[in-house]
Design a protein around this ligand. Structure first.
Ligand code: G3P
Ligand code: MG
Length: 485
């Protein structure tokens, strides 16, 4: 059973009425309710306080005594994160064969054989369709662009290389982002050696598509080159501004900018003194902290989202800021400790904002372990079940396999999923250790393959075979032909 609870998470209960936003005099992040097309969006209560995380890092910054008191309220929007009502429609073919490399006739033969085997093992088939995996990517399936070798075997087995020849459902749920779902799944299919569909894929900013219902002109930051522009435009944002568009208009806006002539050529400058920004969206890790932080602070302190202005009261006229995820660190191919990521960048922004204004920055954070992200994952899983098994329902036994106790595991635990922590990423515990703060409830494993095998054995039996046998004879009740020769 889901165990997210406002009291557990120290957040105010979500307002019952969708329009119950605080007035602007409450200085809260508010969304323009009149622009919503309610049928397309679901609002999910936030699972954590929207108030700045920077406070704990601020002890050595002396704030002027005249600055206003720390405010304990939470923003009205922070108690609910809009997510799309249904998963996005795929632009790619969603049909995934059990083995992308087999010829069509071999695949058909095997599918016929597999369906005969499945007819003989109805209980196991039911159990196989009643379980599902949700995989984190970085530190579980790959490190950056490098495959974690056991992941390829685990996915091959789930794609049908098992004694039933059945697809055991799985989706990928990552806090990564910065490029389109199509581009990332194409890249992942290469890395993992099997086809990954956009229909089984959620990255940190995927649910933020819902925000296109609310905001028209947005500053979108993070990621390589201008890729986040394409992401935001695909989501339906009408007027997407990239920091480099602003640099191309006025390079002096960021004294320590990082701006090449090639980027200048791709930018879309215009007179940004005349543009009113509605929101700031951080979709991925900044590649130019100096410029991105400067522009974020400029807009947060501006009069209603207009560059070159400074608001008299920066709080009441502040435009909202959204971060696609909150991880502090993530595993990379670096040999030392995990590297800093978007959460660390956000804390930097919060600290600057507080040092400049004396007020905590209210902001909204998507991604794991936000409840909204897990609810969206349920919808994606249901839709994926329909695609692979023609059954639009949620399997009962869901296993989250993750490497980060502070995002994958805490979120999975709170959502009532089985959680498996692996030692190939952020978590570096020794044999026999679990994370002390957010222990995985199903167990800790050396790698993803071990986690998958343990979960499949639990649901389908200890003897379940992790290999398809082409020589199987269904008439002989699952015995291999060679076994009776
Ligand atoms: O920036 C953090 C992100 O790369 C983590 O990705 O797949 O571990 O959720 P993932
Ligand atoms: Mg990870």
């Amino acid at each position: 059973m889901p165990r997210f609870d406002d009291a557990d998470l120290a957040v105010d209960p979500a307002p019952q009425e969708k329009d119950s936003q605080a007035s602007s005099s409450d200085h809260t992040i508010s969304i323009p309710a009149h622009q919503r097309r309610d049928s397309e969006v679901v609002e999910v209560p936030a699972s954590r306080s929207s108030i700045s995380d920077a406070a704990q890092y601020m002890h050595n910054l002396s704030l002027s005594p005249s600055m206003r008191e720390h405010r304990g309220s939470r923003n009205s929007f922070g108690t609910s994160l809009p997510i799309p009502r249904s998963p996005r429609p795929s632009r790619l073919s969603s049909v995934v064969t059990a083995d992308g490399n087999r010829g069509i006739s071999a695949a058909v033969t095997r599918d016929i054989l597999a369906s005969q085997v499945q007819d003989m093992s109805k209980e196991k088939v039911k159990a196989a369709k009643n379980m599902a995996f949700v995989f984190d990517i970085d530190g579980v399936l790959a490190h950056g662009n490098e495959l974690i070798p056991e992941a390829a075997e685990a996915l091959k087995m789930l794609n049908g290389d098992n004694e039933l020849g059945i697809k055991i459902p799985y989706i990928l749920l990552t806090n990564g982002g910065g490029k389109t779902e199509e581009a990332r799944t194409e890249q992942l299919s290469e890395i993992l050696g099997c086809p990954i569909s956009t229909d089984q894929f959620i990255q940190s900013h995927t649910p933020m598509r819902a925000l296109a219902e609310y905001y028209e002109t947005v500053l979108v930051l993070g990621g390589e080159g201008f890729k986040v522009r394409e992401v935001a435009e695909n989501y339906g944002f009408k007027n997407v501004v990239h920091p480099k568009d602003i640099l191309a208009w006025d390079p002096t806006i960021s004294p320590w900018r990082n701006f090449t002539p090639e980027e200048r050529a791709q930018a879309r400058p215009r007179d940004f003194s005349k543009v009113k920004f509605d929101a700031i969206l951080v979709f991925a890790d900044s590649r130019d902290y100096a410029t991105d932080m400067q522009l974020i602070i400029d807009l947060l302190l501006s009069e209603n989202g207009r560059l070159l202005t400074r608001a008299k009261d920066p709080v009441s006229s502040r435009i909202p800021i959204y971060f696609s995820q909150g991880d502090l660190v993530f595993p990379t191919d670096h040999k030392g400790p995990p590297r800093m990521t978007q959460g660390a960048f956000r804390i930097g922004v919060e600290a600057m904002y507080k040092a400049l204004t004396g007020v905590d920055l209210e902001r909204v954070v998507y991604g794991k372990p936000e409840l909204a992200t897990y609810k969206y994952a349920d919808e994606v899983l249901k839709a994926w079940m329909e695609i692979i098994h023609n059954e639009q329902r949620l399997p009962e036994n869901i296993y989250m396999v993750g490497d980060n106790p502070a995002s994958d595991i805490i979120g999975g635990n709170m959502y009532g999923w089985n959680t498996c922590l692996v030692r190939t990423g952020v978590f570096q515990g020794k044999e026999g250790e679990n994370d002390p703060n957010n222990p995985a409830n199903f167990g800790v494993f050396d790698n993803v393959l071990e986690a998958v095998k343990a979960a499949v054995r639990k649901e389908l039996g200890q003897e379940f075979k992790f290999k398809w046998n082409d020589k199987i004879n269904p008439v002989l009740n699952g015995e291999s032909i060679s076994a009776v020769e």
